[in-house]
Write a protein that binds this ligand. Structure first.
Ligand code: ATP
Ligand code: BTN
Length: 253
């Protein structure tokens, strides 16, 4: 801990050989008063979670499972950008340590050669217009040599894509260094254009056809990047639409 390279991420670190979900752990710690910057890392999850209650494959010893507690003084309405800067931080951290090119599938998947190496799960607790805490969970597939049948088509690992063993510790460190850099920019600038431009450069969906699975009104269009609020811009044949991450799924065609 003393040779930590980050300024405030990992202010307190909790390490578990096995836990249900690092997000669940981090939420409990946040509720019990843990500080901004508290980091939970596990070697295995027995109940790793994706979005909408889906399961996250969390085999022991091969991947990164970690969650960060944030207690930021920001407007909850501006918080969706945090997931997007986390995606940029993961992409940057992986590129720096492995040399693999990463793309981001809006809003929260990191893909290498078209397959998912990382998922991000952000959970927020608010009251009125005040944020109690935010937990950002990151799962990165590092040493996996194969995946269960159900996700074999969509999932991959850094080992598989690079053909080399990769060190989890180096990746964790690089990701949080990148995160602090983006977080600073996010807090200090009113103008999100710089971050938006950088995100757009990594956007796997850019200028591609997407299907927006809005339960009430599914539609197709062309992705054109994100807004300063983190919405996905989709041009349909009749109008420009803005998609918020909470409400829908986006699929490539
Ligand atoms: P949506 O766009 O609807 O949110 P998604 O693919 O982003 O879809 P999530 O709920 O965010 O879905 O992620 C969970 C999905 O990720 C699972 O349904 C499974 O297909 C896949 N998955 C589960 N574990 C892993 C893993 N370790 N690596 C890669 N993909 C995984
Ligand atoms: C996704 O659905 O793509 C997001 C997956 C997020 C997985 C990570 S692993 C660490 C943290 N703990 C969890 O239970 N989920 C996140």
């Amino acid at each position: 801990e003393s040779n930590r390279k980050t300024a405030w991420v990992g202010e307190e670190i909790y390490y578990f050989d096995s836990t249900d979900s690092t997000n669940t752990r981090a939420k409990r710690l946040a509720e019990d008063g843990s500080v901004h910057g508290t980091l939970v890392v596990a070697d295995e999850q027995t109940g790793g979670r994706g979005r909408r209650g889906r399961a996250w494959e969390s085999q022991k010893g091969v991947s990164i499972y970690m969650s960060l507690v944030l207690k930021p003084e920001i407007d909850p309405n501006n918080a969706s950008m945090l997931t997007l800067i986390t995606a940029m931080a993961v992409a940057g951290g992986i590129e720096k340590t492995t040399g693999l090119e990463c793309k981001i599938k809006w809003p929260n998947d990191i893909v290498v050669h078209g397959k998912k190496v990382c998922g991000i799960l952000t959970e927020m607790s608010t009251q009125m217009d005040y944020i109690n805490y935010i937990v950002i969970g990151i799962g990165i597939n590092v040493q996996n040599e194969s995946f269960p049948e159900e996700i074999r088509e969509v999932a991959t690992s850094l080992r598989i894509e690079s053909g080399k063993k990769q060190k989890r510790a180096a990746i964790i460190e690089a990701v949080w260094e990148e995160f602090e850099k983006y977080y600073d920019i996010y807090l200090k600038t009113e103008d999100m254009q710089g971050l938006v431009g950088e995100y757009d450069q990594k956007l796997a969906n850019m200028n591609k056809q997407v299907r927006v699975l809005d339960p009430k009104d599914p539609y197709e269009g062309t992705a054109r990047g994100i807004t300063p609020k983190g919405e996905l811009i989709v041009d349909t044949w009749e109008a420009r639409k803005l998609v918020s991450s909470g409400e829908v799924s986006v699929r490539g065609l």
